[in-house]
Design a protein around this ligand. Structure first.
Ligand SMILES: Cc1cc2nc3c(=O)[nH]c(=O)nc-3n(C[C@H](O)[C@H](O)[C@H](O)COP(=O)(O)O)c2cc1C
Length: 333
């Protein structure tokens, strides 16, 4: 057998290994002096169910190697999708990684981090030489799990998980040949999902005699007010619905909006307008909760992430809505 060590281009080898999607963990322990130690690691894996064993590997040049080599216990934290900052913190050397972090009480003295997708409390069973890493195998002596969607790591980037979708149509797929229009067309998927989703609150809008344009204006002003007619038109430009002075005046005449002096010719919600939009938004939230329930938290997080990215790459330069509140000086009393 040829036992010469193959020489690979390290970057290319890393890229190939990065095609394997993993979760992201932080493994923690304490030094012999009791100081907390932790590292971000995606080399974690399950080994055995009976007995319950897990493994991970640590680079021999890691500052924490000494602590883990002598530790009797360590905890593995499967990070949730909103814990990227924590992953980055524990991937840095030479920082006080635990300053200000909330710790839970565990079975051992190893630090137990908060708000993760899952946690495994382990007793060191074996350590193996693994080239430039040391492989740690631990027996799981306790674990817990939450519904928080897990964070993934693949091709050198953080990612989110989504189950592979079934085709949209329930009919056997017809041979569409070279048809331009297919169920994979993004425009079709976005349009259909938008209308199906909005249909859920259509009844509430109808009850209140509100059109889609009215809904856009009222919901916009519930996020940011007062706004001038031009600012309102700018914010809802993505809808292509013409929101002009006639529509705004009609909402004033119905007692849903009021005029303001600051800015001059500004619009704000009246008490009745706020009541109406809160009612519709409550219906929208209930509809969303129902959809999230069916999709699952993990895919809802993934969908939000993808839609935000799509909005960013297709943004024609609309004014900022969610950060805009702080930009306007407070109205004079
Ligand atoms: C997503 C991700 C996964 C990582 N996985 C590992 C790993 O499995 N093993 C390892 O030794 N280092 C891994 N690292 C790098 C360590 O977290 C990093 O070297 C850290 O500074 C080590 O901390 P220490 O020097 O305080 O021991 C990973 C980093 C990131 C961002």
């Amino acid at each position: 057998m040829d036992r010469t060590t193959p020489t690979f281009d390290p970057k290319d080898f890393r890229r190939a290994l990065g095609m394997f999607a993993t979760g992201v963990t932080i493994v923690t322990t304490r030094t012999e002096d009791g100081a907390p130690v932790g590292v971000t690691a995606n080399s974690f894996n399950s080994v055995s169910l009976t007995p319950p064993l897990v493994l991970w590997s640590l680079a021999k040049n890691a500052r924490s190697l000494q602590a883990f080599s002598t530790a009797a216990h360590w905890n593995v934290h499967i990070l949730a999708e909103d814990q990227v900052a924590m992953s980055n913190l524990f991937a840095r050397a030479g920082e006080d990684k635990f300053g200000g972090l909330q710790l839970d009480t565990g079975l051992t003295t190893a630090p137990l981090l908060h708000a993760c997708s899952a946690r495994f409390q382990c007793r060191t069973m074996f350590q193996y030489e693994g080239g430039d890493h040391v492989i740690f195998v631990g027996e799981v002596i306790g674990y817990d799990r939450s519904e928080r969607p897990p964070l993934l790591y693949v091709t050198g980037d953080y990612a989110l998980a989504s189950r592979k979708s079934e085709p949209v149509s329930t009919e056997p797929s017809a041979d569409t040949g070279s048809a331009l229009f297919s169920e994979d067309l993004l425009g079709y998927l976005l349009g259909r999902s938008h209308y199906q989703f909005v249909n859920g609150i259509r009844a509430t809008l109808n009850e209140r005699g509100l059109s889609e344009a009215d809904f856009f204006v009222l919901s916009l002003l519930s996020v940011q007010e007062p706004l001038s007619a031009a600012e309102i038109a700018g914010h809802v430009a993505y809808t292509s619905i013409d929101i002009g002075p006639v529509l705004l005046q009609a909402l004033c005449d119905r007692g849903l909006l009021r005029r303001t002096d600051e800015p001059a010719d500004g619009y704000a919600l009246s008490v009745a307008g706020r009541d109406a939009i809160l009612h519709v938004l409550a219906a929208a939230k209930a509809e969303e909760a129902d959809v999230v329930d069916q999709l699952g938290e993990m895919e809802a997080a993934m969908l939000r992430n993808l839609l935000k990215r799509l909005i960013r790459v297709t943004d024609p330069g609309l004014p900022k809505l969610w950060t805009g509140r702080a930009e306007r000086p407070a109205p004079k009393p």
